[in-house]
Ligand binder design. Structure first.
Ligand code: AP5
Ligand code: MG
Length: 215
C-alpha cells in the first residue's frame, strides 16, 4: 500500500503505521523518527532540526524534502510505504506530487485520522517512546504500558518522554498543525484521495483503512 497518514500530533499516526506494516510489509517512513535519529546521532541535519523540534515548530521544508527524496528511492519502498508526518505543509505536498510523478509512483489514499483535541492532549502527556532510535516503539502509560516500567518491551532500552512533550511544546505543535498542516487535507481532497477516518481505537482505524483499500 502507498499511503499518507495525516492527523494532528497524537492522533495515532505512528501507532497505526506500525500496525499497517504488518499487513503487507509496506515500510513506515516517519519524518519525526528520522529527525529524532539525526538529533541523537548529532549529525548536521540533527543539529539544524533540534531547536525547531524542541519548540514544536516545523523543520524547514527544504530539509524535509532532501530527506524524503532520498528515502523514497530506497529499495524497501517498492513494496509500499506509509508516510507518517509528511507532508505537513502545502509546499511539501506540492513537492511530493512532483517527486512521485518523477518516480512514477501512484498514491492509493490519504487517510486523515481525526481525534478530538482533549483526547490528543491526554495521549501526548502519557506517551512513552523507546529511546533507541532504531526502535522508537510507542507506548502509553494508560492505554499501552511497557511490561516493565520505563523499559521497551521490544529492545530493552529506556522508554522515555520525547523532548517535545512539554505542555508548552504540545500546545504549540497543535497550533502549528491547525495553521500549517490542516490545509494539506484540503489539498488531497481536491485530488479525490482523502478519506477521513474517525475512531479512537487503533483497531477501528486500521480496519477502516483496510476497508477503504479493499483489503
Ligand atoms: P512527529 O514525530 O511526526 O510528531 P507529531 O506529528 O507531532 O505526531 P506524534 O508522533 O506526536 O503523534 P502520532 O500521531 O504519531 O501519535 P502516536 O501513534 O505516537 O514530528 C515531531 C517534530 O518533527 C515536529 O514537531 C517537527 O518539528 C518535525 N517534523 C516531522 N516531520 C516534519 C515535516 N514533514 N515537516 C516539518 N517538520 C517535521 O500516539 C500518541 C499516543 O497515543 C501514544 O502514547 C500511543 O500509545 C497513544 N495512542 C495511539 N492510538 C491510541 C488509541 N487508539 N487509544 C489509546 N491510545 C492511543
Ligand atoms: Mg508519531
Amino acid at each position: 500500500m502507498k499511503l499518507i497518514l495525516l492527523g494532528a500530533p497524537g492522533a495515532g499516526k505512528g501507532t497505526v503505521a506500525k500496525l499497517l506494516t504488518a499487513i503487507d510489509g509496506s515500510v513506515q517512513i516517519s519524518t519525526g523518527d528520522i529527525l529524532r535519529g539525526a538529533v541523537q546521532a548529532g549529525t548536521e541535519l540533527g543539529k539544524e532540526a533540534n531547536g525547531y523540534m524542541t519548540r514544536g515548530d516545523l523543520v524547514p521544508d527544504s530539509l524535509i524534502m532532501g530527506i524524503m527524496e532520498k528515502r523514497l528511492q530506497e529499495a524497501d519502498c517498492q513494496k509500499g510505504f506509509l508516510l507518517d508526518g509528511f507532508p505537513r505543509t502545502i509546499p511539501q505536498a506540492e513537492a511530493l506530487t512532483e517527486l512521485l510523478a518523477k518516480l512514477n509512483i501512484k498514491l492509493d489514499m490519504v487517510a486523515d485520522i481525526d481525534v478530538p483535541r482533549d483526547v490528543i492532549f491526554d495521549r501526548l502527556c502519557t506517551r512513552r517512546t523507546c529511546s533507541n532510535t532504531d526502535c522508537q516503539a510507542i507506548y502509553n502509560i494508560k492505554s499501552n504500558p511497557t511490561k516493565v516500567e520505563g523499559i521497551c518491551d521490544k529492545c530493552g532500552s529506556p522508554a522515555i518522554q520525547r523532548a517535545d512533550e512539554t505542555e508548552e511544546a504540545i500546545g504549540h505543535r497543535l497550533d502549528t498543525y491547525n495553521e500549517k498542516t490542516a490545509p494539506v487535507a484540503g489539498f488531497y481532497e481536491k485530488k479525490g484521495l482523502l478519506k477521513k477516518i474517525t475512531g479512537t481505537s487503533s483497531d477501528v482505524v486500521v480496519a477502516a483503512i483496510k476497508k477503504q483499500l479493499g483489503l
